[in-house]
Design a protein around this ligand. Structure first.
Ligand SMILES: [Zn+2]
Length: 81
């Protein structure tokens, strides 16, 4: 099955929603107490808080050693909105 790149899941800081913060590259003021949250690429693009290069497949691989993971689209799970 071909995955939609927009459904790729990226772990980000739950305060600033930046992957670069979670990776420790550009840590926000709340980074010390922040947790993490999983966002899809589509959500991160909507938030638009950092350059997409920071959560590219290559960047995640390099920073976390993780292969890309994909979520189901809300429309597939809940019948759209
Ligand atoms: Zn942060």
């Amino acid at each position: 099955m071909r995955q939609n790149p927009l459904n790729r899941v990226v772990t980000v800081c739950d305060k600033c929603f930046k992957a670069s913060c979670w990776h420790g590259i550009f840590m926000c003021d709340d980074a010390q107490t922040a947790g993490t949250v999983d966002k899809t690429v589509a959500q991160l693009r909507e938030l638009n808080v950092e350059n997409k290069d920071w959560y590219s497949v290559e960047a995640i691989r390099k920073q976390c050693g993780q292969e890309p993971e994909y979520a189901f689209q809300p429309s597939e799970r809940e019948g759209g909105r």
